[in-house]
Design a protein around this ligand. Structure first.
Ligand code: PHE
Length: 343
């Protein structure tokens, strides 16, 4: 009998040695010996009846010892397997946090969008709010209300895409001035960015381009206010040392009208190729809102005055980034666009 017990013991040790390589196999092995119904150790108890009565107590004790021994061996084995499996799991899931991450190519905003955002930033800092008009306008908003009636020669300055005798693609964001002044009472301080369209096409002109209109209407607005705002704008975009100069010009909707130059940020005003030796670069048109335009919108021109400016975003961007052909901004050549990242 004792041999039986010893052989079972050996079977357990061999089984562990040769077959138990996981918690699951160890559990199966345990069942073979310790299952209360079918386990080999349990079966031994059933043989009690075949044992001589005087040996029964001894036999029972030995079987119990074997059972305790096997239980503790399998408990240890389970612990060992658990640790082993955990180790394997950790190994498999190990992450090397020191490895460099794969770098993804990130895109950047289109230069015109960058410029537009910068301009919005500058003017929002001065208290301007955004008004976005529509790209299709009627003749009244784009021209007539802006003191440019049908027979006005200034209409020739802006070769217009007409969609019908009444509707057109707006040639200037100035159309937004009228919408705002019709709706709102002064004080008004708006910025109106958007696409405009003219039948014009060469190195510095494109049939579609982007403008940023500024309009301020309040009591006692003068050209000094205009110059102060524009100085601030050029300094933020082209550098602290730049300034502006106003030259007389003509627009039907402003009186007086000015052409605004920025001091050459390339040569500091000494004269270079960029400024064609003059020290100044023309950047935008502006003026004091024509009283007739205020009146067209029901604003008392005795009580209020206004200033307006129209910035060509492509022009400002071309100067800033040294782009010599406006087409570069529309061709979507990734090599060109990648060179311009101001963010
Ligand atoms: N709308 C004018 C243009 O497109 C620019 C401008 C705007 C001039 C506002 C004066 C005042 O040329």
């Amino acid at each position: 009998m004792i041999e039986r017990l010893n052989s079972i013991k050996q079977e357990i040790l061999d089984g562990i040695e040769n077959h138990a390589n996981s918690r699951a196999t160890a559990f199966e092995l345990r069942k073979q010996f310790l299952d209360s119904k079918t386990g080999k150790i349990g079966q031994l108890m059933k043989e009690m009846k075949n044992i001589a009565p005087e040996e029964r107590a001894n036999f029972g004790k030995s079987v119990n010892e074997l059972k305790d021994w096997a239980s503790s061996v399998f408990a240890d084995l389970d612990e060992k397997m658990k640790a082993k499996e955990l180790e394997l799991k950790y190994k498999a899931e190990k992450i090397d946090v020191t490895i460099d991450a794969d770098s993804e190519e990130t895109g950047n905003l289109h230069p015109i969008t960058q410029m537009r955002n910068q301009l919005i930033d500058v003017f929002a800092g001065m208290g301007f709010e955004i008004f976005e008009g529509t790209e299709i306008e009627n003749d009244y908003y784009n021209f007539t209300a802006l003191n440019t009636p049908a027979d006005h020669p200034a209409r020739d300055m802006q070769d217009t895409f007409y969609l019908s005798p009444e509707f057109l693609l707006r040639t200037q964001t100035s159309a937004g001035q009228i919408h705002v002044m019709e709706k709102e009472k002064p004080p008004i301080k708006i910025l109106s960015p958007g696409k405009v369209f003219r039948s014009d096409d060469d190195a510095t002109h494109s049939p579609m381009f982007t403008q940023m209109e500024g309009l301020v209407v309040d009591k006692k607005i003068t050209l000094c206010d205009l110059k102060g705002m524009l100085d601030m704008f050029v300094q933020k975009i082209y550098g602290e040392e730049t300034t502006t100069r106003l030259r007389p010009s003509y627009f039907p909707f402003t009186e007086p009208s000015v052409e605004v130059d920025v001091s050459c940020f390339e040569c500091g005003g000494k004269g270079c190729k960029l400024c064609k030796g003059t020290g100044w670069i023309e950047i935008l048109g502006a003026g004091i809102v024509n009283k007739k335009v205020l009146e067209n919108c029901g604003i008392d021109s005795e009580e209020y005055s206004g200033l307006a400016f129209g910035i060509g975003i492509e022009r400002v961007a071309m100067l800033k980034y040294g782009i010599n052909n406006i087409k570069h901004l529309f061709e979507s050549d990734i090599n060109v666009l990648n060179q311009i990242n101001d963010n």
